[in-house]
Design a protein around this ligand. Structure first.
Ligand code: GLY
Length: 308
């Protein structure tokens, strides 16, 4: 089977000054995942590698460069899911880990549970020999400045409305040459969130879903809206009913928009290896592998007046 891969580095109103680095970041992630897939690697390894690279990229809100919460702390969420078995591993509100997607993979493979949070997740990471880090290693000046700005607005709370402070997430979905699909998502969550707040990203079916019978999807956007419509599962269910990846992505975003009024984006691969994406935000940072094996990376722009 011909492999397929699509990754994203957020959908929102993406700060102009980050466009070049963001496109380079999603391209590098797609290249790394694709190299693995074309060498016969698994979809699971490809999405983990692509997401881990985006976590290492300080421009993106995942791993290094993550958003600070109301108390100036970084708490990270991630999920990985294997479409062969429906096995999944997820972490939420974990501190002091550079690559939460790798921890999610360890949980999927080595823990008797599927989702670990906070201190328990961190202790599991330590037990498995993962390197723990100080918060300073995850913190970038852009986010410290944003935190200070938001602190001055005493009543500020993140909402689902479009604002200059994005709801960043990174994600990847893939199909490998054995016909297996996988999905992974990682995020620092919304800016200035309450401590302990968990968004859609680590929630199975909301932040990601993968099932060989239906395809795989990964989402980004306002978590409190996305989880209400179980956005990733809404897309893979649609693909299972026969929609193409692109139709399923557009359908899921329509459901998000019509049922919650919330904003977000989604990437989908269907079991035939077609990829698609959709968003009702102004922009989405995206990279995918075309029919000819070349990588397309861009900040996709909503067509003026386009209705989702
Ligand atoms: N989609 C990221 C979040 O809401 O946390």
């Amino acid at each position: 089977m011909k492999p397929a891969l699509i990754v994203h580095g957020d959908a929102w109103e993406i700060e102009e000054e980050s466009h070049v680095e963001r496109v380079a970041g999603v391209r590098a992630a797609a290249e790394a995942g694709w190299a693995l897939l074309t060498a016969g690697g698994s979809a699971l390894d490809a999405v983990e590698r692509a997401v881990a690279l985006m976590e290492d990229n300080p421009v993106l809100n995942a791993g290094v460069g993550s958003a600070l919460n109301r108390e100036g702390e970084i708490e990270l969420d991630a999920i990985i899911m294997d479409g062969r078995t429906l096995a999944l591993g997820a972490v939420a509100a974990v501190r002091g880990i550079t690559n939460p997607v790798k921890l999610a993979r360890l949980i999927m493979e080595d823990a008797v549970h599927s989702l670990l949070v906070g201190e328990g997740a961190r202790r599991f990471a330590e037990l498995k020999g993962m390197r723990l880090c100080a918060q300073a290693e995850l913190t970038v000046s852009r986010e410290v400045e944003r935190f200070r700005r938001l602190q001055e607005r005493a009543s500020y709370h993140p909402t689902g409305q479009l604002s200059p402070d994005p709801m960043d997430t990174v994600g990847a979905v893939a199909l490998d040459s054995a016909g297996n699909v996988a999905a992974a998502t990682s995020t620092g969550g919304v800016h200035f969130k309450m401590p302990g707040r968990v968004g859609d990203s680590p929630l199975v079916g909301s932040g990601a879903y993968a099932d060989n019978l239906a395809g795989a999807a990964a989402t980004t956007g306002h978590g409190e809206s996305i989880m209400r419509v179980v956005l990733a599962k809404t897309a893979t269910d649609a693909a299972e009913r026969g929609m193409s990846a692109q139709e399923a992505a557009e359908y899921a975003i329509r459901v998000l928009h019509e049922r919650t009024g919330g904003f977000g984006g989604i990437i989908v691969v269907d079991p035939h290896g077609r990829v698609g994406y959709a968003y009702n935000t102004p922009q989405m940072a995206i990279a995918w592998v075309g029919e000819d094996g070349s990588i397309h990376a861009e900040i996709a722009q909503q067509a003026a007046g386009k209705d989702v």
